[in-house]
Ligand binder design. Structure first.
Ligand code: CP
Length: 308
């Protein structure tokens, strides 16, 4: 694996290898400390981020690589002066050995890849995909359920614009007997191409109109924020999709709540202390999975060069 642009680029074997390596990174095996010393990695973010950028930057530093970073490239980078993404990539690749890109255009990472001479990781592209989040989400599912096959998951919220859901779907579809229950705000339903993707991979998709239509023994509830920044018409109510203690009370002792975060009010804070609320632990899995991802890509890309 030399880049990560779209989730469907990952094979099941690559994914499983990343999980094994993530486990090692989680244990902070000494051999990986400073294993990327001498490399420099750039984070180039045109959209806001807390988790993705900082967990990538922490992972980079734990591996001993150098970091250059632009957290608000749309305003503080030369995009403000009219520079194209392609030109920016052509410049940064002279300064860094890998570029981690977040951008508002769905095809931004594909465009970057076309001109890049260094590996590109898509860290969120418009309302398209967010593969590193999908990776940490499935790693979390594996941690709590042990096997990924035979997983049922309710995906809730903004299924149209939520790029994390899109990457999660594609990665889960690599496994057997996966069932999705989709419960969205009206107008923000899962796009047809993702439903077709699910069905063409022998997984199942059921549309739910209410929390009560989600089976009480579902393995995971994956709640998401409404992506208001991508909506022209912000006039909608999220009341029906808010998960609170009362609505969660009918679910099983083995149903876990996930969320890619940030949240607004779609998960009420009265659920934070429930042992089945794993969204903060999920976010922290960004470190080992990103360490594994960066290490694997750098190792593969530079195997005949530098010190690999
Ligand atoms: N989950 C996620 O992508 O969060 P950030 O926007 O904070 O990076």
């Amino acid at each position: 694996m030399k880049n990560l642009i779209n989730s469907q680029d990952l094979t099941k074997i690559e994914l499983e290898k990343l999980f094994v390596l993530s486990d090692k990174m989680n244990k902070r095996q000494k051999k990986y400390d400073d294993s990327l010393k001498g490399f420099v990695i750039a984070t180039l973010f045109y959209e806001p981020s807390t988790r993705t950028r900082l967990s990538f930057e922490s992972a980079i530093q734990k591996l001993g690589a150098g970091l250059i970073s632009t957290e608000n490239a749309k305003e503080s980078g030369s995009a403000k002066k009219g520079e194209t993404l392609e030109d920016t990539i052509k410049i940064i690749q002279g300064y860094a050995d890998m570029i981690i890109l977040r951008h508002f255009d769905n095809d931004s990472s594909d465009r970057a890849l076309k001109v890049a001479s260094v590996p590109i990781i898509n860290a969120g592209a418009g309302n398209g995909e967010h593969p590193p989040q999908g990776l940490l989400d499935i790693y979390t599912i594996r941690q709590y359920k042990k096997e990924i096959n035979n997983t049922s998951i309710a995906i809730i919220g903004d299924l149209k614009n939520g790029r994390t859901v899109h990457s999660l779907i594609k990665l889960l579809c690599l496994y057997e007997n996966i069932t999705f229950y989709g419960f969205s705000v009206k107008g923000l339903e899962l796009p047809k191409n993702y439903i077709e993707y699910i069905e063409s991979h022998n997984a199942k998709y059921f549309i739910c109109k209410d929390f009560s239509e989600i089976p009480s023994d579902v393995n995971f509830i994956y709640q998401t924020r409404i992506q208001t920044e991508r909506l022209e018409n912000k006039n909608f109510s999220i009341e029906d999709i808010i998960l609170n203690k009362e609505r969660f009370s009918r679910f099983s002792e083995n149903t876990y709540i996930m969320h890619p975060l940030p949240r607004t009010n779609e998960i009420s804070t009265d659920l934070d202390d429930d042992k089945r609320s794993i969204y903060f632990k999920q976010a922290h899995n960004g470190i080992p999975t990103k360490m594994a991802l960066i290490y694997s890509i750098i190792k593969d890309f530079y195997k005949n060069k530098k010190h690999f």
